[in-house]
Design a protein around this ligand. Structure first.
Ligand code: SF4
Ligand code: SF4
Length: 476
């Protein structure tokens, strides 16, 4: 390697070049088990989210799967609500609401989502639980990995991977069960009758779960997750994050429980490194807020246990904000500062969008009508002094029950519908094309194009009505 001095050919002494690898080899992390308030919250959220994820596809509503994203039929069923391709706006709104909620919670309380509800955290937690049950806690796992291969090690590892594999496969099956009826999928899976795409997605999603939660773990958060990259721009000095209190903890150092740290010139940190050992991303929170911190609060629980044993007050590592650490104000002020222009703006926007979407969904008509003019036959004389225009109506019944509708027209004197057998029957959740002929007297208006309305009304419930605008042409 050539140093800078050599390249310039001058008198500068050669600079020793250091080779820096482009890729840092992963150091396997063995997070230690921890118990405490936040660990209990995390377990509760793992149970809740997985109960929802694994349970919802098995629910039934009106004789069909309650939640089914039926891509083949291009219909999304959400309990009593059916969304069609025309309703894609609601899905867009749902994504906007999720993004805004994420911005709001991040601005107020940092990486709450990452620490408690993100699928990567939740599945890593589940896989770690299995690992601990089979291989033991941190030290046992380190020893097992360091030990040479033996029959016992092989059996333990095989058991763990079999359990991981079973969870991953069930997860893949559940995921596909949101897109194709899950019971039917189960029967076909047992009889080896899965379609090619179904088998692919079960295997793909299962493999992704196994790889991400079993092997990649914190690397997904560190290197792959885009949210981890841009969330820091949503933080400010009042965002509640997990932080170590250096004013209280430093200078750190070991001591006996009986020793008075003040007499020895020490802070409250006993430098036991429990906070590092329980961290799923292997960082030391005492070095300050870091990109790798997913906000899981395992270090808070771990340190609180140490504080309890030492007889010190809890909270050396705690939920706090940069401003609280710097100014030392109380908890009440910490949460009062959650109300600030940025969070209020997010909350108001969220409220308006959710309210608007709720009202729009409540008023959503189960009847949809599209009027298409027949361009091949603009206007013709059907009888002396009677002009006829031809249209095609696309009628859609988005409800789960069949209905009958009447078709009418208004906008010109004497305008009438002909050639349609009324009422028109519409199957549940179906679309029907109806050829429509409208007739009007030649003298009803001046020659030219006239705006009209085609009115489709439910026979049993007149409040369900759609009015679609079109034109009627009277030739010269
Ligand atoms: S767990 Fe608490 S006392 Fe132990 S090293 Fe971490 S901050 Fe210091
Ligand atoms: S530093 Fe603490 S909160 Fe952050 S990831 Fe590690 S254990 Fe979780």
């Amino acid at each position: 390697m050539i140093g800078l001095g050599d390249a310039q050919g001058g008198a500068a002494p050669p600079v020793a070049a250091e080779e820096v690898p482009l890729y840092e080899i992963r150091r396997k992390i063995y997070p230690r088990a921890v118990s405490g308030v936040f660990a209990r919250w995390r377990v509760a959220l793992v149970l809740f989210t997985q109960l929802v994820f694994y349970g919802v596809p098995w629910l039934t509503w009106n004789g069909r799967q309650a939640v089914l994203f039926d891509l083949a039929a291009r219909k999304f069923h959400l309990f009593g609500l059916t969304l069609w391709p025309q309703d894609v706006i609601y899905l867009a709104v749902l994504l906007i609401v999720c993004a805004l909620a994420l911005f709001l919670f991040t601005a107020i309380a940092g990486r709450l989502w990452c620490g408690y509800a993100c699928p990567q955290t939740v599945y890593t937690e589940m896989f770690l639980w299995v690992e601990r049950k089979i291989e033991g806690d941190r030290l046992a796992r380190i020893r097992l990995d360091a030990a040479p291969w033996s029959l016992e090690k092989f059996v333990i590892k095989a058991l763990k991977h079999s359990a991981w594999f079973a969870i991953a496969l069930w997860t893949g099956y559940t995921f596909v069960g949101y897109f194709t009826p899950i019971r039917d999928l189960g029967v076909r899976a047992i009889t080896w009758n899965l379609g090619g795409w179904e088998a692919f997605w079960v295997a793909f999603y299962g493999f992704a779960t196994y790889g991400n939660a079993g092997w990649m773990r914190e690397q997904v958060c560190k290197y792959m997750c885009p949210y981890a990259r841009f969330q820091s721009v949503m933080f400010d000095r009042d965002t509640v994050v997990i932080a170590y209190d250096p004013g209280r903890g430093e200078p750190r150092g070991p001591r006996s429980r009986a020793a008075d740290p003040r007499e020895r010139g020490l802070g409250d940190c006993v430098d036991c490194r429990i906070c590092v050992q329980v961290c799923p991303t292997g960082i030391d929170i005492r070095q300050g807020l870091q990109n790798e911190c997913i906000g899981c609060a395992a270090c808070v629980d771990g340190c609180d246990q140490v504080m309890d044993r030492m007889g010190y007050p809890r909270g050396l590592i705690r939920y706090t904000s940069e401003n609280q650490l710097a100014r030392g104000f109380g908890r009440r002020m910490l949460w009062r500062r959650a109300v600030r222009p940025r969070s209020v703006a997010y909350a108001l926007l969220l409220l308006v969008i959710v309210a608007g979407a709720t009202v729009a969904l409540a008023l959503k008509s189960p009847l949809k009508v599209d009027v298409m003019r027949d361009r091949g036959a603009l206007a013709r004389e059907a009888a002396p002094e009677v002009i006829e225009n031809v249209y095609r109506l696309q009628l859609m019944n988005t409800d789960e029950t069949p209905r009958q509708v009447r078709i009418g027209a208004s906008g010109l004197p004497g305008l009438s519908v002909v050639g349609v057998e009324q009422p028109v029957a519409l199957e549940a959740g179906a679309t029907r094309l109806v050829p429509l002929r409208l007739q009007a007297p030649q003298q009803s208006a001046a020659p030219g194009s006239h705006p009209i309305e085609i009115v489709v009304t439910d026979r049993a419930d007149a409040s369900i009505e759609r009015r679609e605008k079109s034109t009627f042409i009277l030739p010269r």
